[in-house]
Design a protein around this ligand. Structure first.
Ligand SMILES: [Zn+2]
Length: 329
C-alpha cells in the first residue's frame, strides 16, 4: 500500500513517488490538480503542475501564474516511479480523478466528484482496475443527503424561471461562479430567454463553449438592463447591490445544502433547489461498495465517523485523512 500524507486542508503527497495531489508545496516533483475550484488550486502561484486542458484554462483565467502542463483524460503520464492517469470526475468541466499506479500499489484520488455526473461535464468514469487505496471526498456525509434525479431538478429550475418571468418577476439564481453557474445556464438555455451572469462567472463561460458545452443566450451582468433577464450570481453579491435596482424579483438558492430544510429559515430566498456538484451520501457508499478497495481514506468532510460506520458494515477498511492525521500506510 502506498504511503499517503495529508498536507494542509486539501494537499496530499505520496512521498515514495514524489507525487502531489492538489498540493501547493515543494516536497513533490510532480503535482496533479483535480479541478479549478479555489480550494484545490495551489496557493503557490509559481508551481509547475499538471491539469486537464479545461482546468488549465480556468486556472489561467483565475490568475494562476505558474506553469500548467495539460494532461488529457485517459492519456497516462509515466514518471520514473509511477504511471498517472486522469479520469473524468463529473463535478465541473475539466474535473479529474487521479489514478496512480506503481510497484508499491495503486491509488485513486477523487478530488471533488459527482456520479451520476453533472450534465455540463465530460462524464464520470472509473479506471478498470482493482483499487488498493481510494481517497474520497465526503462533502455530504450524512444520510439526510439524497439527491433527486437530475431531470426533476432541471424541471424545478426551468419552472422557477418560467413561472416568475410570466408573472413579471426577474428570476435570480444564486450559484458559484465556476461550475454551478454554467450548469444552470446549460439547463436554462432551453427556455430561449436572455440570461445575465455575474462578471466573475461570465469570463469562465467561453471555456465551456470551447469544449463543446453551449450555454445559450447570455451576456455579462449589467445593472442598468438586468430587469426581466434570468440572472445568475454568487449569493454573496446579493448583499453588495446585485440587481438591487430591480423591485420585482425572486431568488432561488441552488446548492446541495438546500436539501437540509433548516437552511430555509436561515436564508431569505423564495425557493430552495438542492442541485449539488457532489455525490450524495448513498451514492458515496454505493461507489465504495462497488469498488471495494483495500482501504478508503475519507477527506474533506465534517462527519467521517458516519461514513466509516457504514463502510465498516460493508467490511471495508477505512481511515480519515484530517489535518493532524499525518501518514497512512
Ligand atoms: Zn470543487
Amino acid at each position: 500500500m502506498l504511503k499517503v500524507t495529508k498536507v494542509g486542508y486539501h494537499g496530499i503527497i505520496l512521498p515514495e513517488l514524489g507525487i502531489g495531489l492538489d498540493y501547493s508545496g515543494t516536497k513533490a516533483e510532480h503535482i496533479f490538480i483535480s479541478h479549478a475550484h479555489a480550494d484545490h488550486v495551489p496557493r503557490n502561484k509559481k508551481l509547475s503542475v499538471y491539469a486537464t486542458p479545461p482546468t488549465a484554462k480556468f486556472m489561467k483565467l483565475r490568475g494562476f501564474g505558474g506553469e500548467v502542463k495539460p494532461l488529457e483524460f485517459k492519456q497516462p503520464l509515466e514518471t520514473d516511479r509511477a504511471k498517472i492517469t486522469f479520469y473524468p470526475a463529473g463535478h465541473i468541466l475539466g474535473s479529474a480523478m487521479t489514478f496512480v499506479e506503481s510497484d508499491l500499489g495503486n491509488l485513486l484520488y477523487t478530488g471533488d466528484y459527482r456520479t451520476p455526473p453533472a450534465p455540463a461535464t465530460e462524464g464520470f468514469e472509473l479506471p478498470d482496475a482493482e483499487i488498493d487505496t481510494f481517497i474520497t471526498e465526503a462533502t455530504f456525509s450524512l444520510p439526510i443527503y439524497k439527491w433527486k434525479p437530475e431531470e426533476v431538478l432541471a424541471n424545478q429550475i426551468r419552472n422557477f424561471a418560467a413561472r416568475n418571468l410570466e408573472q413579471s418577476f426577474t428570476p435570480i439564481f444564486t450559484a458559484y461562479n465556476l461550475g454551478k453557474a454554467q450548469e444552470l445556464m446549460y439547463i436554462l438555455k432551453e427556455l430561449n430567454h436572455p440570461m445575465q451572469i455575474h462578471g466573475a462567472g461570465f469570463k469562465l463561460c467561453s471555456v465551456y463553449e470551447d469544449f463543446g458545452f453551449p450555454l445559450g443566450d447570455y451576456e455579462t451582468y449589467q445593472r442598468e438592463n438586468c430587469e426581466g433577464k434570468i440572472l445568475i450570481t454568487p449569493g454573496s453579491a446579493l448583499g453588495n447591490g446585485f440587481a438591487s435596482n430591480v423591485k420585482k424579483k425572486r431568488i432561488a438558492y441552488c446548492s446541495g445544502w438546500a436539501a437540509n430544510e433548516s437552511r430555509q429559515t436561515q436564508l431569505t430566498v423564495d425557493e430552495l433547489i438542492p442541485l449539488s456538484d457532489h455525490l450524495d451520501f448513498f451514492e458515496l457508499i454505493d461507489l465504495c461498495k462497488k469498488l471495494h478497495p483495500k482501504k478508503v481514506l475519507i477527506t474533506h468532510t465534517p462527519n467521517p465517523k458516519v461514513v466509516q460506520h457504514y463502510l465498516e458494515e460493508l467490511g471495508i477498511n477505512s481511515g480519515f485523512l484530517d489535518l493532524e492525521a499525518g501518514d497512512y500506510e
